[in-house]
Design a protein around this ligand. Structure first.
Ligand code: FAD
Length: 543
């Protein structure tokens, strides 16, 4: 199966000509996970995404594969056990992309987390998740806590805890899972929107009318079963299916801001309690540190969500109140992102109190919708949906059982993290003659072993230079990752919009020109994409 932006017509033709077993609406982590699970069991699968893959919440999270310590406080033991155990599995199947990260939890006088209760809580957390002995939580004394993080304000610190989590790149994880689903036969496409549903004479859903967002053509896509994995948009589709009854989504907005690491030089990821009792992360990533998140009810446009100045001020104040000699100001914020949590509404509960558990709804017309959940739990969510689809519709078929806990995602051929480190050292060596060795870390954590393909193509252009490497990287994303537009590349394939805005500024005209020549765009089309990119940039840096 193909996942190249250059073969869009071919992929569209497949969507138009075939009746699939399963059609998934939504190309976030939930949709990608379901596609991989279903295709690897032997179903024929199609997936459509109205914007780019991971355009929604799946590129706007805290980017942690974590057990959700705070859910323990809410006594959600089942959720903690499931997502906690999933961490090691997701690390194994995406070793270069899901990286172990020790989290420091400082404990202070007068805050809601007491020393002994936290010690017991973390022990339960490790036990529920089956964490290996060497990774289990370590309680720290006050001097140990302050030496682990010298930037912390000293007054009131009683001690702390170090526990194991993983950090990732949510958009890359989604895209690599999607690529792996395509390897297993999924027909997946971005920029195709499900407009409304098609029904048979018994009133059962048998397809959608899809709209190609690049040229406004509409066409039917048919399937035996349809899954709505549209994240924050799930209820829009349920509404169009006349099945928005009973439980509904409750959207809450979460914002993150990025500053240069020199301004908040934390030694490791840190999870700290702020004045209003909420918990905030500060996470180092390359040359930057990102801080988040907020959690506020949201009713605005789901397609255009940005940080507001109040969100930014809240996060900066939280940092300034908890770290010594740190005085972050609005002008220090280089970039930001805002995402929507597609949670299930519960009467009388505030944004932070709502459960993160996923739920599956089936309408009378057979539409299956899945909402809630977490990035970390995507694989188990997918397993539940596919089990249900098979039990109800394909129980007469000989299908494989779920094996996504052993399917390595594309770019991962590593047995463990030490192998990733060794591979990275090799890439560093290869890049040293061209002076680009500092890119090794970015390339390996972004593309894993696919870095070889990118370097080889750059070499074939003569030699490895900044320009040949950039061209080779864009080509790779167009040919293998369906990066249709410059912003697909600059935002969700590379993450430069968030974590390397100066590089984005430096290369944006080159990227636009490359796309222009590759796709034969005229000046008018180029201008349209220039404006799109500029407005994305402005919304990220001006709030
Ligand atoms: P989405 O990623 O939103 O995907 C849905 C997709 O459907 C979108 O791309 C959208 O464009 C598409 N779509 C909508 N309508 C249509 C249509 N009509 N036709 C075609 N396509 C359509 N979880 C963690 O495990 N770890 C974290 O650190 C973490 N941090 C978070 C921080 C924040 C601020 C937020 C908001 C969430 C966080 N989460 C985290 C939760 C996690 O990010 C989400 O649960 C997950 O990304 C949801 O994925 P999804 O695929 O269901 O939705």
């Amino acid at each position: 199966m193909n996942f190249s932006a250059l073969h869009r017509t071919e992929i569209l033709n497949q969507l138009k000509s075939k009746t699939f077993d399963l059609l998934i609406i939504g190309g976030g982590i939930t949709g990608a996970g379901i596609a991989l699970d279903a295709a690897s069991r032997g179903l024929s699968v199609a997936l459509i995404e109205k914007k780019d893959f991971a355009f929604g919440t799946s590129s706007r999270s805290t980017k942690l594969i974590h057990g959700g310590l705070r859910y323990l406080k809410q006594l959600e033991f089942g959720l903690v056990k499931e997502v906690g155990s999933e961490r090691a599995i997701v690390h194994r199947i995406a070793t270069h992309l899901v990286i172990p990260e020790k989290m420091l939890l400082p404990l202070s006088e007068g805050k809601s987390m007491g020393y002994w209760l936290t010690s017991i809580g973390l022990k339960i957390y490790d036990w529920l998740a089956g964490v290996k002995e060497e990774d289990r939580r370590k309680m720290l004394t006050r001097p140990q806590t302050l030496s682990a993080e010298p930037l912390l304000k000293k007054e009131g610190i009683k001690g702390g805890a170090l526990y194991a989590e993983y950090r990732t790149d949510d958009a890359r994880l989604t895209i690599e899972i999607m690529k792996t689903a395509v390897k297993y036969g999924t027909t997946a496409i971005n920029y195709v929107k499900a407009l409304d549903f098609i029904y048979d004479t018994n009133g059962q859903v048998v397809g959608v009318n899809g709209k190609d967002e690049l040229n406004a053509n509409t066409f039917p896509i048919t399937a035996k079963v349809i899954v709505n994995a549209a994240g924050p948009w799930v209820d829009e589709l349920r509404q169009s299916n006349n099945s928005l009854i009973g439980k509904r989504l409750h959207l809450t907005k979460g914002v993150h801001v990025v500053v240069d690491k020199t301004l908040l030089a934390v030694q490791q990821a840190i999870y700290f309690e702020v004045a209003d009792g909420r918990m905030i992360f500060a996470i180092p990533r390359g040359a930057k540190t990102y801080i988040g998140t907020t959690d506020t009810n949201y009713q605005g446009s789901k397609d255009e969500i940005f940080a507001s100045s109040e969100d930014v001020d809240y996060l900066l104040k939280a940092v300034n109140q908890n770290f010594d000699k740190v005085d972050l100001k609005r002008e220090n914020v280089e970039s930001s992102w805002a995402g929507l949590r597609p949670l299930i509404h519960e009467d009388g509960k505030s944004a932070s109190e709502l459960s993160r558990k996923d739920e599956i709804f089936e309408s009378d017309s057979g539409l299956i919708s899945i909402a809630g959940g977490k990035l970390t739990g995507y694989r188990k969510m997918a397993e539940r949906v596919v089990d249900m689809v098979i039990e109800k519709h394909f129980s007469d078929r000989q299908l494989n059982s779920c094996s996504t806990n052993t399917i390595l995602i594309s770019g991962n051929a590593f047995k463990n993290y030490q192998e990733v480190v060794r591979y990275r050292m090799g890439i560093r060596k290869q890049l040293t003659p061209s002076g680009l060795q500092e890119q090794a870390n970015y390339l390996v954590s972004t593309y894993g072993t696919q870095t070889d393909v990118i370097l080889l193509q750059a070499l074939q252009a003569g030699s490895i230079s900044e320009e040949s490497l950039l061209h080779s990287e864009i080509n790779f994303c167009i040919n293998n990752e369906m990066a249709i537009q410059p912003d697909d590349f600059l935002v969700r394939r590379t993450g430069w919009l968030f974590f390397d805005i100066s590089k984005l500024r430096k290369v944006q005209s080159q990227v636009l020109e490359f796309y222009k020549s590759k796709f034969g765009w005229d000046e008018k089309k180029l201008d349209g994409f220039k404006q799109l990119l500029e407005s994305t940039l402005q919304n990220t840096i001006n709030w």
